[in-house]
Each structure stands twice: as C-alpha cells, then as structure tokens.
Write a new protein. Structure first.
Length: 64
C-alpha cells in the first residue's frame, strides 16, 4: 500500500473492530449487511458527484 493509501492508527483500530463484529455475524446477517453497506457506498458516491458538479459549476442547471 502506498503512503497515500496508508490508514491512520484510528482507522486501523476501527477496521479491527469492524472485523471482529463481522466475524460474529451469521452468513445471512453478513450478506444483508454487505448489501446495505454497498447501497450506502453508492449513495455516498452520488452525493460526492453532485457536490463536485455543484462546486465546479457543471452538470444540470436550473431552468430560468
């Protein structure tokens, strides 16, 4: 992993905690959780794209 992609100590701790929680889940719980997590990732991506478009002044403009 490059220096740019290195996790902070806090992020490493959170990842380890997350790993422990996932290991305690049943297969069904883990599958449901992954689906919800993926949905949240897509929502976040859409939000980022909208914010960038707004900041850069590109994309959809309101009708006059």
């Amino acid at each position: 992993m490059s220096d740019f992609m290195e996790l902070s100590l806090e992020q490493k701790f959170n990842l380890r905690s997350f790993e422990t929680q996932v290991q305690k889940m049943s297969r069904e719980q883990a599958q449901e959780f992954l689906i919800k997590l993926y949905e949240q990732m897509m929502v976040r991506e859409t939000l980022y794209k909208k914010c960038i478009k707004q900041e850069w002044g590109i994309g959809d403009f309101p009708a006059l």
